[in-house]
Write a protein that binds this ligand. Structure first.
Ligand code: FAD
Ligand code: SIN
Length: 557
């Protein structure tokens, strides 16, 4: 059994609440916020629009984005959509879907200009022209940034303001989606408000998952506490097809100063400006691993760091070769944070380590954000559109969030969005699970199993995997799952998060076992070669889905 915090027995009787909406968006990162604004702007919503977030509005992975957002801008004559498409596909290790890449790339200029209309600002030079930076595996400078190295925070801030100003967007904070209501199609969602301890059934004509990533499944991650894969686990339970679950991107340069929740990121843009990776003797080593050295694709740099750390224990980023004035102006956030730890980045080497950073897989969607479950949509990091393949090109994520949020609004314009007024037996049964009058729950110390799960995933399903390590991961996870003493109802948001983390971890392990090759971010030490054939892997629950017909796809249960 898991450690009980105390012998307290909680007793709760609450009335179930009910409401009706035309559309519900779950998540207030850049994907969710921008989708809310675009949908409100363009779509007829007879029953209104609700945005739910388990955190405070704007607390999300998005907020921590540093390097920037890809802008394939018409005025940047050094760049072109062809070049961006080619870079994305090369970095994606053969799995990116051409049509998706083309779609996202071609919409880049348009969504950037639209974001400007919503008050987002990108850094400009003294002539008023956009400043473009370079990141790994980009063939030209094309990454737009804001506030130097605070791109995510700046975009979030602007979009949050617009959402708050808009009286036609209802917002629930500290409210967690705990169950999707699905019969043959999605009819709404059950949410749990941690402050009032109330459950609410929200019937809605469509539900949009914008719940972000899964970095918290790993001991070391750049992702804040909320990145617990909720949307992926909820969609899986609802029968949606998931894709490419084995592809976790590890960032090579998180600040190697341990904090329980997440590690501070040292942006790739520093390497774009000339910083070098060095070992504990101050010697550069990337030339041994790839001709692009520090600007090789992220998976390559991560494995190089990991390898050097086995031999020499520490690796560092040397940014002292960059002009100190430029460092302070271009990277104010990183300079300040490092200084808090006594590291002056203009003089000292920065200790760095790989950490889980981005989830390439997720809920399989088409370019309208539609999942395999009717009326259930997914956008942003939770979705798997096929853009990133086996390894995401830097700064393509914020772009994908914006393009897909824009596209979903366009798609919904032609739909009739009336909240469902009738429900069937299956949905009623779901609701009944949450509406029992009384519940007895013993308080558990959730931090202990959460830490254990993160250690299991880091040790056995991390940067290097093998059949042996993955089987061990599956066994350890199963013990954890069996000891988790909760059914439908949990006591708080953290417990629901753990429930989702256990589910998604199992799916990642299964998908990683099934892919008997090394490709992109998925490296199998027992299968170090990449196969010639490129196949997406699909994980599915087998309910409510039309399986994709392609025989190139493999199915993992
Ligand atoms: P998020 O921004 O993660 O938002 C998810 C939201 O969903 C949150 O509000 C969360 O509270 C809410 N939520 C989750 N589950 C539930 C639930 N069950 N119920 C209710 N609410 C829920 N990408 C780039 O392109 N460029 C960069 O420079 C860059 N830098 C990065 C730096 C860091 C440190 C990190 C962590 C990531 C970075 N990324 C970058 C990746 C990028 O930030 C994310 O992929 C992107 O912001 C994801 O946006 P999102 O809207 O999909 O999800
Ligand atoms: C970074 O700034 O290094 C992160 C960029 C990204 O993840 O796209």
């Amino acid at each position: 059994m898991l450690p009980l915090k105390s012998q307290n027995v909680w007793f709760r009787i609450k009335e179930m609440k009910y409401s009706n909406y035309s559309a519900v968006i779950i998540g207030s990162g850049i994907a969710g916020l921008y989708a809310a604004l675009k949908i409100r702007q363009q779509v007829n919503l007879p029953d209104g629009l609700l945005l739910i977030t388990k955190s405070k509005l704007g607390e999300s992975n998005s907020r921590y984005a540093q390097g920037g957002m890809v802008g394939v801008m018409k005025e940047n004559h050094a760049d072109s959509t062809q070049a961006h498409i080619s870079d994305t596909i090369k970095a994606g290790a053969g799995l990116s879907e051409f049509n998706t890449v083309k779609f996202v790339s071609e919409k880049s200029d348009m969504v950037i200009r639209d974001l400007l209309e919503f008050g987002v600002e990108f850094d400009k030079d003294e002539n008023g022209e956009f400043m473009y930076t370079l990141e790994a595996a980009h063939s030209v400078n094309r990454v737009l940034h804001s506030g130097g190295d605070a791109t995510g925070r700046m975009i979030e801030r602007a979009l949050c303001e617009k959402v708050k100003e808009n009286p036609d967007i209802d917002v629930y904070e500290k409210t967690m989606a705990v169950e999707l209501l699905v019969n043959s199609e999605c009819r709404g969602v059950i949410v749990f408000n941690e402050i009032t301890q109330e459950y609410e059934v929200i019937y809605s004509s469509c539900v949009i998952l914008a719940t972000g990533g899964a970095g918290q499944l790993y001991r070391y991650t750049t992702n804040p506490a909320g990145a617990s894969s909720d949307g992926i686990a909820l969609a899986y339970k609802a029968g949606a097809v998931l894709q490419d679950m084995e592809f976790i991107q590890f960032h090579p340069t998180a600040l190697a100063i341990d904090t329980e929740e997440h590690l501070f990121l040292i942006s790739e843009a520093l390497r774009g400006e000339g910083a070098k990776l060095v070992d504990s003797d101050g010697r550069e080593f990337m030339y041994k691993y790839h001709e692009l050295k520090e600007l090789a694709p992220r998976d390559v740099v991560t494995r190089a760091n990991f390898n050097e750390m086995i031999d020499k224990s520490n690796v560092y980023l040397n940014a002292t070769c960059i002009d100190s004035g430029k460092l302070a102006k271009r990277f104010p956030n990183i300079s300040r944070k490092c200084l808090e730890y006594g590291i002056d980045i203009s003089k000292d080497f920065i200790p760095v380590t790989p950490a889980a950073h981005y989830f390439m897989g997720g809920v399989k969607t088409n370019l309208n954000g539609e999942t395999s479950v009717k009326r259930l949509f997914a956008i942003g990091e939770t979705a798997s559109t096929g853009l990133h393949g086996g390894n995401r090109l830097a700064s393509n994520s914020l772009l994908e969030c914006a393009v897909c949020a824009y596209a979903i609004a366009k798609h919904l314009k032609s739909q009739e969005l009336k909240s469902p007024k009738q429900i069937d037996k299956k949905i009623k049964a779901h609701i009944d699970e949450y509406s029992d009058e009384a519940v007895f729950l013993e308080e558990i110390d959730i931090e202990i199993p959460r830490k254990e799960l993160r250690n299991i995933m880091w040790e056995y399903a991390g940067i290097l995997r093998s059949e042996k390590s993955l089987v061990k991961a599956a066994q350890e996870l199963e013990k954890l799952r069996c000891n988790f003493p909760r059914g439908s109802k949990c006591l708080n948001i953290e417990e629901y998060e753990l429930r989702h983390m256990i589910c998604t971890s199992g799916l990642i392990i299964n998908a990683a076992l099934a892919r008997k090759e090394s490709r992109g971010a998925h490296f199998r030490s027992d299968y170090p070669q990449t196969n010639e054939e490129c196949i997406h892997s699909i994980a599915c629950s087998g309910e409510n889905i039309e399986l994709p017909a392609s025989k190139e796809e493999i199915f993992v249960k």
